[in-house]
Write a protein that binds this ligand. Structure first.
Ligand SMILES: Cc1ncc(COP(=O)(O)OP(=O)(O)O)c(N)n1
Ligand SMILES: Cc1ncsc1CCOP(=O)(O)O
Ligand SMILES: [Mg+2]
Length: 232
């Protein structure tokens, strides 16, 4: 008889709407207020992405966000910086292809940390198959002015091709708004990561709620389609 082994870790699951911060786009409202409004609107995960902040204020910001998000059971992921993730006791780290290798990140952060990895090429997708990561950041799905140092966008076709091959959960990122959030979920993403459509919105709570509604609708539609395939 085959015994199903319980998972040896208790990592938080990444699904739904994923906010990635951009301090400059938050403007006068400030980053913490935008994060708080986005979570009220339905963001289920937050990544602190700071490209210009020195280490000390980065750690302080991460600790403030951790204090804000922990009671709400919303995971905090730190972009790029393992040291900041450790210092702030964040839930995990998002790693790019030029960042810390995933196996070293796993060794340093431990089995319960969430580790996300960007995939920009098909070779990245294939190599990720053997890695102990919690999701792939499909980067970028659409071209975006928020990050211009990217490789060619995957498009919805690329996302679908990755879904058919990869065993990892997929987080779509790049150019996602309420207008295309359902499309990326239906094309194969489990989760949609959004920067400007929330951070630069005049009403970040409403913007998050609108995108979340699209994601929920598409996830339910996908579930119904799957059930229909099992019980036609
Ligand atoms: C969820 C998610 N996916 C992809 C990225 C991009 O990470 P990376 O390629 O390392 O680029 P930078 O964000 O560091 O500029 C991400 N941050 N989050
Ligand atoms: C961080 C990142 N990684 C790939 S695209 C991107 C930026 C996405 O920003 P936006 O949601 O404003 O298009
Ligand atoms: Mg990076």
């Amino acid at each position: 008889m085959t015994m199903i082994q319980p998972r040896a870790h208790s990592r938080k699951k990444i699904a739904g709407l994923y906010l990635v911060t951009d301090r400059a786009l938050c403007g006068n409202r400030g980053l913490e207020e935008v994060v708080s409004l986005a979570v009220q609107g339905g963001a289920a995960c937050v990544q602190l992405r700071e490209k210009d902040l020195p280490t000390r204020p980065f750690v302080e910001e991460a600790k403030r966000l951790k204090a804000l998000l922990s009671p709400l059971r919303v995971p905090l992921i730190i972009n790029d910086r393992l040291d900041v993730a450790l210092a702030a006791e964040a839930d995990g780290v998002h790693i790019g292809q030029e960042d810390m290798p995933c196996d070293i990140a796993r060794r340093l952060l431990g089995p319960n940390a969430v580790i996300g990895l960007s995939v920009e090429t098909w070779e990245d997708v294939e190599a990720a198959e053997l890695m102990d990561v919690d999701y792939l950041g499909v980067s970028p799905v659409f071209a975006t002015p928020t990050k211009t140092d990217t490789k060619a966008p995957w498009g919805l076709e690329g996302l679908t091709r990755i879904r058919a091959y990869s065993s990892h959960p997929l987080v779509a990122i790049g150019g996602i708004s309420r207008d295309n959030a359902a499309d990326v979920i239906l094309a194969g993403a489990d989760c949609a990561a959004v920067v400007s459509a929330i951070c630069a919105a005049s009403d970040p709570r409403m913007a998050a709620a609108d995108i979340q509604a699209e994601i929920s609708w598409a996830l339910k539609k996908k579930q119904r389609n799957k059930q229909h395939l099992i019980h036609p």
